[in-house]
Design a protein around this ligand. Structure first.
Ligand SMILES: [Zn+2]
Ligand SMILES: [Zn+2]
Length: 349
């Protein structure tokens, strides 16, 4: 076993405490990664607090992982010691089902293995990236291009791929009008990526508080959804709307903003059902869709795309002692735009 230092919560209420966790001995296809940075995702909070179902404690969250390969198993061919690599929201899948064979491991028919709070194929409870080391099978590791620093690489592994995948799938490109609902961790990545894909990008945010940032980061337009005139003005406009907000919104009002054959795709998931009026869809052949992260091949494609277009998230680096405080700020939407933990600050204490 390999002992890693980590920060864990021991109950839904927290707080984080220093601890150690055991990582498995390297299997033939495993790599040992020394984690340098881990991003803080809203899902970490939902999961650790048991809001998405019961979890085991202690729990080490974190699925935006960037680090360096320190050891490789005997049969590893894709990575070598010293490589700069990342791990996102999943660490394994069956590899045999129809969806896995298509490279859509996130939709594995037998269920992919989450990076934390899941049972892996060895029967162990998975623990995430708020830790100094992780062992992952090479097929679920991606390469971080040299031009992307590790701190800004981390959030690409969840926020980046979560927004890249639907933008690709629904064809964000020159001549397409894309709206992004919500301008936080996911939303600001969606804006940067959609802009780099050549689409005309509009942010739909509750207020105009972050308008200057939005326009600077690649949006062509920025509207406040608290202003009812926004919905009148933009009715029937968009080919694609990416909804990054996981709270309740008036979904029918947003569907009315879609053009003919337009799609509204949800990447955040509110706890309560959204009451869709079918009559919001029928008159303009509109679609209401969902999308979850992306496959491993597409995650690598996203990293290479971000390197090529010099896209990186806006981050605030924190120390391991500031995670509780950072979580409170995430819940208060007080972050521009992603917290990243500097894992080198995670001493044993
Ligand atoms: Zn996430
Ligand atoms: Zn599968």
């Amino acid at each position: 076993m390999i002992t890693a230092n980590a920060r864990a919560v021991f109950s839904p209420e927290g707080p984080f405490q220093p601890t150690t966790i055991e990582r498995r001995e390297l299997q033939p296809h495993d790599v040992l990664i020394e984690i340098k940075y881990a991003g803080i995702c809203h899902s970490d909070i939902h999961t650790a607090r048991g809001e998405w179902g019961p979890v085991q404690y202690p729990l080490v969250p974190g699925h935006e992982i960037a680090g360096i390969v320190r050891q490789v198993g005997s049969a590893v061919t894709k990575y070598a010691v010293g490589d700069r690599v990342g791990v996102g929201c999943m660490v394994d899948s069956c590899g045999e089902c129809e969806n896995c064979r298509k490279g859509e491991e996130q939709y594995c028919l037998n269920g992919h293995t989450g990076t934390y709070a899941a049972i892996d194929r060895y029967g162990q409870y998975t623990q995430g990236g708020y830790s100094t080391h992780i062992v992952v099978t090479e097929d679920f590791v991606v390469r971080i291009p040299d031009s992307i620093e590790l701190d800004v690489a981390a959030p690409l592994l969840c926020a980046g791929i979560t927004t890249y995948s639907p933008l690709r799938h629904w064809g964000a490109a020159p001549g397409k009008k894309v709206a992004v609902v919500g301008f936080g961790g996911l939303g600001h990545m969606a804006v940067k990526i959609a802009h780099a894909m050549g689409a005309e990008v509009t942010v739909l945010s509750q207020t105009l508080k972050k308008k200057e940032d939005g326009l600077r980061l690649g949006a062509d337009h920025y509207y406040a959804t608290s202003d009812p005139q926004t919905f009148e003005k933009l009715a029937g406009t968009f080919d694609l709307i990416v909804n990054t907000v996981s709270a309740q919104i008036d979904i029918n009002a947003y569907l009315s903003l879609l053009a003919l054959d337009g799609t509204l795709v949800n990447v955040g998931a509110p706890a309560e059902p959204l009451p869709v009026q079918v009559f919001s869809l029928i008159p303009h052949r509109r679609s209401f869709a969902g999308s979850m992260i992306g496959g491993i091949r597409e995650t690598q494609e996203m990293l290479d795309f971000c390197a090529e277009h010099s896209i990186t998230p806006e981050i605030e680096v924190i120390s391991a002692n500031q995670i509780d405080e950072a979580w409170e700020r995430v819940l208060a939407s007080d972050v521009r735009y992603r917290f990243v933990i500097d894992i080198s600050t995670m001493g044993k204490e």
